[in-house]
Write a protein that binds this ligand. Structure first.
Ligand SMILES: [Zn+2]
Length: 291
């Protein structure tokens, strides 16, 4: 990215973030088509309309991980679930607070259980107070928050483990692990639209925390990872992403120690991503140059 683009991106970032941080998070094409994929007899993932959703059909009801971007998208998700099972959706688990995973909740029934990390709830409350197009639906804020590194739940006969090791993509990430099926819903810890992880520094995410989180996640006894965006990932795919991100962070660290500027580092490492948000190199630099 040349200096002019960098400046334009910097201005775009600076002018939008204070107004509607959540709206920025909605970026991935909400109009993308919905497709249902079956993973196990009672487990599916549904792509399209923003972030991926994982659907778990329990004994009496349905558990959904992430709820799409808009009310219309949330409704389409619910309609697609009725094609899988007549059981009602009773529980939603949110992997993080970004609008493309949360705001479809507007279409969901009242009285729903919504589980999220406590920092996710705080981020949603902040976005709600700021208002604007990207604000989450006020009547579907999390009803149950997790506060520990690991919480084990059995919902409708399905065993789930919810993990939060460190601030990573955001300060309120939650990894959803189904130990009996060896499946992980990663949220945007993994999003294959970009080779490197995205860190929301405005939501107090962290590159170091991302590495910790991704490594812990890869250490789970799992073989199928449903990413926040993109197609199913294997454990080897996850390990490759970790190795790439870690190597790049180490290069930035070395160049920061040599006194190199961000522009010099980006030039040397070839940071040409046309992103409307900060790249992995940029967030690594900001964290490491501060130390
Ligand atoms: Zn996200």
């Amino acid at each position: 990215m040349n200096r002019r683009n960098l400046l334009i991106n910097g201005l775009r970032w600076a002018s939008l973030v204070p107004v509607t941080a959540a709206a920025m998070s909605q970026a991935p094409t909400p109009a993308s088509p919905f497709v249902t994929h079956q993973l196990k007899p009672n487990i599916y993932w549904i792509e399209g309309g923003g972030g991926n959703s994982t659907v778990i059909v329990g004994t009496n009801g349905v558990i959904v991980v992430d709820a799409k971007t808009t009310k219309a998208g949330g409704q389409e998700l619910l309609d697609d679930i009725t094609k899988i099972t007549p059981k009602p959706v009773t529980t939603v688990i949110l992997t993080h607070s970004d609008g493309d995973h949360v705001n479809g909740l507007a279409a969901f029934p009242a009285g729903l259980k919504v589980i999220a990390h406590e920092n996710n709830k705080k981020e949603q409350e902040t976005a709600l107070a700021a208002g604007g197009r990207g604000a989450p639906p006020a009547d579907h804020l999390p009803t149950q928050v997790t506060t520990k590194n690991k919480e084990t739940l059995t919902i409708d006969g399905e065993k789930l483990e919810l993990f939060h090791w460190a601030p990573a993509h955001t300060s309120g990430d939650l990894i959803v692990y189904l130990p009996n099926e060896k499946i992980v819903a990663t949220g945007d810890i993994i999003a294959t639209s970009n080779p490197y992880p995205r860190i929301h520094d405005e939501k107090h995410g962290s590159t170091e925390g991302w590495i910790t989180t991704a490594k812990e996640m890869a250490a789970l006894d799992a073989d199928t990872f449903v990413p926040g965006h993109g197609s199913i990932q294997t454990k080897a795919d996850i390990q490759k992403r970790i190795a790439d991100a870690e190597a790049r962070r180490a290069q930035v660290k070395e160049m920061v120690a040599q006194g190199k500027s961000l522009d010099e580092i980006k030039g040397a490492l070839g940071d040409n991503d046309k992103l409307n948000y900060k790249s992995w190199i940029e967030v690594c630099y900001e964290e490491l140059a501060k130390k």
